[in-house]
Design a binder for this molecule. Structure first.
Ligand code: AMP
Length: 287
């Protein structure tokens, strides 16, 4: 079993001793909200390959959820998560209680204009402030050499990369491509909310990326045309209730007038009551 830490002081002390003992022990870190799936496990495997020691955090961060969002329902199962971490060979798990992470509600605000206020940030005000706060806290606690983030949450990856750059945080951010189920649905802890019928409809997301890819390959370069085709396609499916956004940007999330290879399609939609996000790199090969 991986060593389980619940207290900041204890994991800090442990990592400090580890680094004192070994000359060049590198620490890889995978922050998660738990209820682990293949996407998380892939991040852990990458960390295992590149580092001598791998730490996983399991913490459903209340500060990144808005009022009326799914903080309370978010699936949690620490025993199951620990067993999965053991299978992959994770060395330590940090799973703090809320009062350990936030003895008082944090009042510091972190904003990156042009990055945290668009797309997800526009639809979930305060979300990236909460993400940035927890990621910075976790970096300060674990002090990793490398940290692994999934492209599944592409905007989050860009926010973290920018924070690290702007604040000279001594950690290398390693992006990991999105892991998908056989039918193309991106692995997500929130997929457990879907009924079998909704789960079937959710495959429309991946199919819409393939449709966009086809339009691009047949010479279409107008983002509006491609975005409209995606929206129309998604909304034709039962249970797809509402599309929050479909955007096409360059790989740094800047809006684009003319679609080119390497651009990203990003979208958020509701299937039943479940809000799902996904993104696709134009030119990416289908699974
Ligand atoms: P979460 O537990 O949803 O906060 O995710 C923790 C980390 O796993 C984040 O860096 C996510 O981007 C990453 N992740 C979640 N789902 C996937 C996936 N399907 N493929 C790759 N990475 C993922």
């Amino acid at each position: 079993m991986p060593r389980l830490f619940k207290k900041i002081k204890e994991i800090r002390g442990f990592i400090r001793d580890l680094k004192c003992k070994g000359n060049s022990i590198s620490v890889g870190f995978v922050p998660t909200m738990g209820y682990l799936h293949e996407g998380h496990l892939e991040l852990m495997r990458r960390s295992k390959i590149q580092n001598e020691f791998t730490v996983v955090s399991i913490y459903v961060n209340p500060v990144q959820f808005g009022p009326g969002e799914d903080f309370r329902q978010y699936p949690r199962d620490l025993e199951r998560d620990l067993a999965l971490c053991e299978e992959v060979g994770v060395d330590a798990v940090f799973a703090p209680e809320d009062k350990e992470m936030y003895p008082e509600p944090p009042i510091t605000k972190i904003e990156i204009p042009g990055l945290t206020d668009r797309l997800e940030g526009l639809h979930r005000p305060g979300h990236f402030n909460g993400v940035a706060i927890v990621v910075l806290k976790l970096f300060n606690i674990v002090q990793p050499d490398r940290a692994y983030f999934g492209e599944k949450d592409y905007q989050q990856l860009k926010v973290v990369e920018r924070l690290v750059k702007d604040l000279s945080i001594p950690v290398e951010i390693v992006p990991v491509p999105t892991v998908r189920e056989k039918d193309g649905l991106a692995c997500s802890s929130r997929n457990v909310y879907l009924s079998p019928e909704e789960r079937q409809s959710a495959t429309a997301i991946y199919k819409s990326f393939l449709l966009a890819q086809k339009l691009f390959q047949s010479g279409n370069r107008d983002p509006e045309v491609i975005k409209d085709a995606i929206k129309d396609f998604l909304l034709k499916h039962p249970h797809v209730r509402k599309v929050d956004y479909v955007e096409i940007t360059d790989d740094n999330l800047n809006p684009t007038d003319e679609v080119k290879e390497g651009d990203r399609i990003l979208l958020a939609l509701y299937v039943g009551n479940t809000r799902l996000i996904d993104n696709w790199r134009i030119g990416h090969e289908a699974i």
